[in-house]
Design a protein. Structure first.
Length: 146
């Protein structure tokens, strides 16, 4: 029996400027990309049995790099723990057309990266006194004067 997945893409942010902005897009039709993703996403047997004859709705967040590859795909609220399977599935898929601003990588992204790199070093998260890898969401408010 084939599992049915509903995949939703989340666009992190976008705003209008005078520049011509072209959002990232798949190099094949989006519905074909989603079909390939669903076909390549391995669902563990225990989840397949539990959700037999139903659908699993997940929201995936893809970061598209300037060369069109997908970096660190995530599943929002991954209660089924499918994220590692998602990463394997995405590796098999075609690259994307990256987002561009007047035909080049958006300068705003470069500026945000520059500012973050200029910050002092952070204190790492620790577990039992030992530094561990962790994720941190850093909301950045950008004010554009016109």
């Amino acid at each position: 029996m084939k599992n049915t997945l509903l995949l939703l893409f989340v666009i992190v942010f976008s705003f209008k400027m005078k520049a011509q902005i072209v959002e990232a897009s798949t190099t094949i039709p989006t519905n074909e990309y989603l079909d390939l993703l669903a076909a390549n996403l391995e669902i563990p047997e225990e989840i397949s049995k539990k959700y037999q004859n139903s659908s699993i709705d997940i929201t995936i967040i893809l970061t598209i790099t300037k060369d069109g590859s997908v970096f660190n795909p995530k599943i929002q609220n991954d209660s089924l723990q499918l994220e590692s399977n998602l990463k394997k599935a995405v590796e098999k898929l075609p690259k994307w057309n990256p987002k561009t601003e007047d035909g080049i990588e958006p300068s705003l992204n470069r500026e945000v990266v520059r500012v973050i790199k200029s910050m002092p070093k952070w204190k790492p998260a620790t577990e039992n006194g030992v530094p561990v890898r962790s994720d941190f969401k850093l909301p950045i408010k950008i004010k554009i004067n016109q």
